[in-house]
Write a protein that binds this ligand. Structure first.
Ligand code: F0G
Length: 470
């Protein structure tokens, strides 16, 4: 048999309203063409993020009922601690409410203005938490990672030569720890190879620098190693995941991804002295170390999620879902970041809509059109998110690329939902020459993508296309 099927049945459903284009056009205008300002009930297929949006299993819901809500010494904590120790091998396990809480706690203890933290590529919150403390966050993406059209198996790798040169020249004590993000979300959700992680960890350790994994999507990375890295095909997946963690000295995990839960995170490490300091800070800001800002039921659901996520049938299905979407988009000549990872398919909106210059936000224009046409919510990762306004001239300095991320929540949407997304794209591709850009009317000083108000440069996106249809 060649068909890869969902290795689960649906036991509980969450209806959503099938809306009309008219309704969505009005909702989009009311949201000032910013999809973060939409009410979720006005969205049909929400591909904004894979974070905290997955469906829990029957066993996880059962665990919710069994969660121990004791303030101290909760049995759900000890269950989670055992699962994380078995998975990672790290001695100290701290629950936190989500990934960025782990970042804030670890970085507060180790980063100040004199410190620099290297990574294959920092996720936004990771970078922001380092910079908030005055530190410097450095990215060392591998050569070729920004060549979207070129498919290579491990485009998430760190550039080892650049990392080694940096470490050799860094002043003593300036690098408190190094990081590796698996999978590399900033660079299109691309995986890191075992060989690259092994070499990066060795480079860090050679300079006495501990290595921390940002392991939000560790299971997806382990799966892609098993699929793509020579010599790894026969290994049990758990073994590969275990080696990833063993190569490093600790990890930060946003459990809202491969933890298969809607909220939660983990900070785990080996260093006893550092763990003692983490514990103090955790009590100060997150809660007692046996709950870390979560309810006992959250800990129990997470322990169960971590038991489930390395199931090879589940990961095969997940890879097949992403590939199904990516292949269909390619057949429509939609330029995508290749190869598709597991958690998202990224579309190169600048290449798809060459008539819209970067400062008129081609990525956001595509997101708006996908919403109007299909009720789909995607996210722009481009000039709206990362471009800057030149304070002298007021002009927008474009981001390196204008991508649109179509994220796949775990175990939520079926193949016909994905077919709907593909059909929507087919319409957009057919009419793409008519799409127009947007301009920013109002924006905050920081993180403008979340709250900026926009307006179409010509007629409202979608409206012009609609009227000019035969
Ligand atoms: N690290 C990575 C690689 C992430 O992708 C995220 C979140 C975080 C850390 C922060 O974790 O949200 O639990 O505090 N990524 C989400 C996304 C928001 O949409 O990609 P958090």
């Amino acid at each position: 048999m060649h068909t890869i099927i969902e290795p689960f049945r649906i036991k509980s459903v969450e209806p959503f309203a099938i809306t009309t284009e008219d309704h969505r056009r009005r909702a989009l205008a009311a949201a000032h063409w910013n999809l973060f300002a939409l009410r979720a009930e006005d969205v049909m297929i929400d591909l904004l993020t894979d974070s905290g949006t997955g469906a829990m299993s029957a066993r996880q819901w059962a665990a919710i009922m069994l969660g121990d809500e004791s303030y101290a010494g909760s049995s759900s904590f000890f269950e989670l601690e055992q699962v994380v120790r078995d998975l990672t091998g790290y001695r100290h396990v701290f629950p936190v409410h989500q990934g960025r809480a782990a970042e804030r706690i670890l970085f507060t203890l180790l980063v100040d203005r004199s410190k620099t933290v290297p990574n294959n590529a920092h996720f936004d919150t990771t970078r922001a938490n380092i910079e908030f403390l005055g530190g410097t966050a450095l990215d060392f993406p591998s050569a070729g990672a920004s060549d979207f059209a070129h498919a290579a198996p491990f485009k998430g790798d760190i550039d080892l030569a650049a990392l080694r040169t940096f470490l050799a020249n860094a002043p003593v004590g300036a690098v408190p720890f190094g990081m590796m993000t698996i999978t590399n979300n900033r660079m299109g959700g691309q995986p890191v190879s075992l060989a690259n992680l092994r070499a990066a960890a060795a480079a860090y350790h050679g300079h006495g620098v501990p290595c921390f994994l940002d392991a939000a999507r560790f299971a997806e990375n382990a799966w892609l190693i098993k699929q793509r890295e020579p010599g790894q095909q026969q290994r049990p997946l758990r073994d590969i995941a275990h080696e990833l963690f063993r190569l490093a000295d600790g990890c930060l995990i946003s459990a809202k991804k491969d933890g298969l839960v809607n909220i939660g995170g983990i900070l785990a490490l080996n260093d006893d002295a550092l763990a003692a300091r983490v514990r103090e800070l955790l009590i100060l800001t997150e809660g007692f170390p046996t709950y870390g800002g979560l309810a006992g039921r959250d800990l129990a659901a997470l322990a169960q999620g971590l038991r489930e996520v390395l199931d090879e049938d589940y990961l095969a299905y997940r890879e097949a879902s992403a590939r199904y979407l990516a292949d269909a988009l390619e057949r429509l000549d939609v330029p995508i970041v290749k190869p598709a990872g597991l958690h998202a398919v990224y579309v190169d909106a600048r290449a798809l809509l060459p008539q819209i210059p970067p400062h008129e936000l081609p990525g956001q224009a595509l997101c708006c059109e996908l919403y109007v046409r299909g009720g789909i919510r995607a996210v722009e990762i481009g000039t709206l998110m990362f471009g800057r306004s030149n304070p002298a001239t007021g002009e927008t300095v474009p981001a390196e690329a204008d991508l649109v991320r179509l994220c796949l929540p775990r175990r939520v949407y079926t193949q016909s939902h994905v077919d709907w997304v593909v059909e929507t794209f087919a319409q957009v591709v057919r009419d793409r020459a008519r799409l127009r850009g947007l301009r920013i009317e109002e924006q905050p000083r920081y993180l403008r993508a979340f709250t900026a108000k926009l307006r179409p440069v010509a007629a409202p996106v979608g409206v012009a296309n609609e009227r000019s249809r035969p």
